[in-house]
Design a protein around this ligand. Structure first.
Ligand code: ATP
Length: 349
């Protein structure tokens, strides 16, 4: 079992906290993404799981085994954690062929020659590298090098794999095809995967759940759909997807519905069942419809073609910037009406 449990984990560098009181659990076999802006603590969290850093407070467990305990001062070294790593920089041995890069972890474990050959062949085949086995890493493309790093993980049969922005060095087209390689790897191994990225499209495409981080804390840990449709706070609403957060007034709750005044209009809003109240809504493009007589008037400030549709950046009469999507083309300066449809509402901390 490679479920990962963090209890009150904290890490400080030179007096500045990089991680604050992280308590969470990654289930066995889950594909988790750690997503957040630069400096929010993603890599620090990954390095603590790997055993490259010791937490200053709290405890980390993988399965039943305590890997680090700040209070007891104990820490299991990286090589004894049964964890695989995939780095942005590939970290291949430059003087070894592809085959040897992949087989080396088995050589260290002193497996028989026949077992090493069988397992290495299987890992090379699974990552589409059979024809490249005798090449040196310097003769491979970035995507192929990253496949070698994956094959090396696969052959070691780790319980968990930690990936630190593994696609950051690749171009956009290759990134998309490598995402399929990672999801296939995940299905094949059943390993718990923890994937650091600041690319939300990448996180959304691959992860079962995403931990959205900001300033050393996990702001929301949820499925991609829930993060987008039901953000818990302003940070998540603004960081994930497009949209505008605006305050609400005059909230009326009945058993079946919640109504609120949003930018002067009285509209139905959605919120969490157990939410103690609502103070803001997140207006995403799909919550706004262009109509002749809308809830509010707005002027088009910018038009971006998205392929098959346009993104309109509009400014409402009250001065609020709102994003709408439309199949019809509008010109900058056009006046239009916007109707708001049941946006997600939350209580600002
Ligand atoms: P990025 O997306 O830019 O890689 P990140 O979310 O991975 O950022 P971390 O690398 O975890 O962020 O860093 C979190 C904070 O801790 C930052 O303020 C960083 O400057 C600081 N930090 C990380 N490692 C060290 C270190 N070894 N010494 C001092 N400060 C550090």
């Amino acid at each position: 079992m490679a479920d990962i449990t963090l209890s009150s984990v904290g890490k400080t560098f030179a007096g500045a906290p990089a991680l604050k009181d992280i308590t969470t659990r990654f289930e066995d076999g889950e594909f988790i993404a750690l997503l957040g802006p630069s400096g929010c603590g993603k890599t620090t969290l990954l390095r603590l799981l790997a055993g490259f850093e010791m937490p200053d407070s709290g405890q980390i467990r993988i399965g039943d085994r305590v890997m680090a305990d700040a209070q007891a001062g104990t820490m299991v070294p990286p090589e004894e954690r049964n964890i695989g790593f995939v780095f942005q920089s590939y970290a291949l041995w430059p003087h070894m062929s592809v085959r040897r890069n992949v087989s080396y972890p088995l050589e260290i474990r002193r497996l028989s020659r026949a077992d090493i050959a069988t397992q290495t062949d299987a890992a090379l085949a699974a990552t589409g590298l059979r024809d490249y086995a005798d090449r040196m890493p310097s003769d491979l493309s970035g995507g192929q090098r990253q496949r070698v790093a994956l094959a090396r993980c696969l052959v070691s049969d780790p319980g968990a794999v930690l990936l630190d922005e593994p696609l950051a060095n690749l171009d956009v087209a290759l990134r998309a095809s490598m995402q399929a390689v990672f999801t296939d790897f995940h299905k094949r191994t059943g390993a718990t995967m923890v994937y650091v990225t600041h690319d939300q499209a990448e996180a959304m495409a691959m992860a079962d759940r995403i931990a959205v981080m900001d300033r050393g804390r996990i702001q929301q840990f949820d499925t991609p759909q829930n993060l987008y449709e039901c953000p818990k706070n302003r940070f998540v609403a603004e960081f994930v997807g497009r949209g505008t957060v605006v305050p609400v007034q005059g909230v009326e709750r009945t058993e079946a519905e919640v109504h609120a005044r949003v930018l002067g209009a009285r509209i139905a809003v959605q919120s969490g069942q157990d939410s103690p109240g609502v103070s803001h809504v997140c207006l995403r493009p799909e919550n706004l419809t262009i109509t002749e007589t809308g809830d509010l008037r707005a002027k088009v400030a910018r038009v971006t073609y998205l392929g098959g549709k346009y993104l309109l950046e509009t400014v409402a009469d009250c001065g609020t910037r709102l994003l709408a999507e439309t199949r019809a083309r509008f010109d900058v300066g056009a006046q239009l009406g916007l109707t708001i449809t049941t946006p997600w509402a939350f209580l600002e901390d």
